[in-house]
Structure formats: C-alpha cells, structure tokens
Design a protein around this ligand. Structure first.
Ligand code: GLU
Length: 386
C-alpha cells in the first residue's frame, strides 16, 4: 500500500463533525463512534499521537432534552451543551476504554487560545496528556462561551489546536468527502479537488457558503482552518465520515482532499500570531510599507494610511492593502487612539504628537507575520478613525 498522509503522520488531530456523531432523533451514533475509536487506536498502536476535537455537545444535548426549535436561544444552546458534553465525553471515554486507552477531556474557549499565557497553558496540559498516553478529547466550552467570544465552529478550533501542538496532520471528518470546484448541489459540473497546493482566492471561491443543519462550519470554515494549519506547517485532509471506519478508509485509498503544508512554516510565537482568529483592528498600508514588510522590516507609522478597530496595545491587527488584501498580521505597539494620531507621520514627529517618547514601529518585525495568501480581510468592528 502506498503511503497516505495518515500512515506517515506522527501527531494527528482528528476533528469529528456533529452530524457524523449525532442523529437528531436517536442521539449518539454508538456504532459509528466505536468504529472510529478502533481506527484511532490502530493509529496510536502504530506509534502516532492522536488528539480528537469532537463536536456534538449541543446536538446531543438538544436530543436528550427534547428541544424542538430549529434555532435555539444562546442560553438554550449553552444548557444543551452542558447536558450533551457529559454524554459525549463519557461515550468517548467508554469507547477508548474498550481498548484500554485513557481519555482526557479538554474544554477551551476562544480566549484560551488567543491570549498568549492561556494558550501556553492549554498547550502544556495537552502535551502532558499525550506524554501520559491519554487521548485528549477537545471541544469548545460552549456552556460558558457567549456569541461574541466563541469559535462557534470546531474546524478552526481544531486547526488552532493542531498548530498549537505542532501536529503534522489535521483530519476534518465531515459529511462531505472533500473540496469541489463548486458546492455540490449548486452546480452540475462541480468536480472533486484531490490536492490543494495553496489556498488561493480561487480556491476560496469554490467553497460557497454551504452549511449543514447540525454543524456550524461549512466548507468556508474548513478553508479557514486550512489556512491556519498549512501556514504553520500542518497538512490538512478533508474526508468523509459518513461511513464506518473513516480513517481506515483513508488509508485504504478512499478519496479525500489534501491541503499541502507550507514549506516555510511560521513557528512558535509567530504561529500564535498568524493563527489569531479575530484581529481587533486593521491598518491600511501603502505600497512602500508593503514592500518593506515583505523584506522583513517593521511597520512604521509613516506607511500607515488609515486605522480602524478598537484595539489596545498588544492586540493583533491585520495589515492590509487599500483594496482590502491582508499582507500581514502583527501585535500592534499602540492603542487605537494613538495609532490614529500618528498614522502617516515620520518617526521623528511622533513624540511631539503623543507627548511621550514612544517606540518607532507601529508593529515591530519580531511581532509580525506575513500572511501566506492575500485573502480579503474582514472589517474590524468600530472605526477608530481614518
Ligand atoms: N462545539 C459545538 C458542539 O460541540 C460544535 C461546533 C461545530 O459544529 O463545529 O456542539
């Protein structure tokens, strides 16, 4: 058998979508989970380290509680997650236990991965679980996550965990077997894409906005996950989980889409900056600044044309061209109110305007990561000034 991404990977994150694990009427799909756990234990048995990001808490909780409405209120979702997560975690623990494997539940919120100290803390816990040969079973802590401060989808969460842990492979098991040139169902001539060299705007255009009823992430969040993963050197696979033993099926040659990792990945501290999910603001830069950044220089106030977002010193900002393409991300050295005042100014003029001797750079090159692909940046909330 030829090598597959799974046969060569030493550290793997497997993300399981809600629709695979939970049937809206009957609840948890025990046979499916049991078969997946067989696959996972075959991987760990061959020496790989496996982490699971399992969705399904809200879907399972709403079935257990008999909640009917299609759209739940935030507090109802949180309550459903609370009920569902216990059942979900115990199912994983029971199935892994059949193979004498131990599982450890890890529930994270957005802040746990976006704030540097907490990020290191989660990483230490998950590393320790792996050292102890336990399988980390990870989910968002939906019970306390509110709409403004949550991932909402486990695709990006799984990518963030994969890069945090230096995994070499992220497998997204989904109800679709990979990427198509157009969302299947919307176009008759959509064809399957087995290999993605780089997530370019053309690839992103293939995603459409498809969402299935039970899961939050569609192809769009999967491509977002792919960007986070590949930039940090983690390969990603999207494969179908609609059959039993989906990981064994990948090894046996069933088709999937493979996203190639960057050959020049960002590491460590810069991985954390690059994967930051919600930039707090945006700095629009001129061509000169863009070229300076590309040659490894810091971003000086002189090259900043406008500033938006309500950010504080140390927050992540997106650095974009006037037509909205992201060129870099970095930790900004000024609060938004000061950044607005000094945008466009020469370094020698800054102290006079701010009334204090400040750093020269708006974003220092040590705190800056070039974006791998010029994706369109999302507008930050609130405008600090032009
Ligand atoms: N964290 C959610 C849950 O467990 C799932 C999010 C998603 O569908 O990606 O219910």
């Amino acid at each position: 058998m030829s090598a597959t991404p799974l046969s060569t990977a030493r550290r793997v994150v497997v993300k399981v979508g809600s629709a695979l694990l939970v049937d809206r009427k009957t609840g948890l799909k025990h046979d499916w989970l049991a078969a997946l756990v067989d696959d996972i234990c075959a991987l760990t048995g061959s020496g790989a380290e496996v982490m699971v990001v399992s969705s399904g808490a809200i879907a399972l909780g709403r079935t257990i509680l008999g909640l009917k409405p299609a759209q739940l209120k935030l507090e109802e979702s949180q309550a459903a997650a609370s009920v569902g997560q216990i059942a979900l975690a115990s199912a994983w623990s029971r199935e892994l236990g059949r193979h004498d494997a131990v599982s450890g539940q890890v529930l994270v919120t957005l802040g746990d991965t976006e704030e540097r100290r907490r990020y290191l803390n989660v990483r230490a816990t998950v590393s320790t679980l792996l050292k102890m040969n336990a399988v980390p079973v990870i989910n968002e802590n939906d019970t306390v996550a509110t709409s403004e401060i949550r991932y909402g989808d486990n695709d990006r969460l799984a990518a963030r965990i994969a890069t945090m842990m230096g995994a070499d492979l992220l497998v997204l098991l989904s109800d679709i077997d990979g990427l198509y040139t157009a969302p299947p169902g919307t176009s008759d001539d959509a064809s399957f894409v087995p290999h993605v060299e780089q997530i370019t705007p053309e690839i992103e255009a293939m995603a459409g906005a498809a969402r299935s009823e039970l899961s939050r992430g569609g192809m769009r969040t999967k491509l977002d996950a792919g960007k986070i993963a590949t930039a940090a050197g983690t390969a990603m696979v999207i494969a179908s989980g609609t059959r039993l033993n989906p990981l064994a099926a990948i090894s046996a040659g069933e088709r999937f889409t493979y996203f190639k990792p960057s050959s020049d990945p960002v590491k460590g501290y810069k991985t954390w900056i690059a994967g930051n999910l919600e930039p707090a603001g945006m700095l629009v830069v001129d061509d000169g600044a863009k070229a300076a950044l590309a040659s490894g220089k810091s971003l000086l106030p002189a090259g900043v044309k406008s500033v938006s977002g309500a950010f504080a010193r140390g927050d992540t900002v997106a650095i974009v061209t006037p037509d909205g393409h992201e060129v870099a991300r970095g930790l900004v050295a000024y609060d938004a109110s000061d950044a607005v005042k000094i945008a466009g100014l020469k370094t020698s003029a800054i102290a006079g305007v701010l009334g204090y001797e400040a750093r020269g750079a708006m974003v220092h090159r040590d705190d800056l990561v070039m974006s791998r692909i010029g994706g369109r940046a999302k507008a930050a909330n609130g405008t600090a000034g032009e």
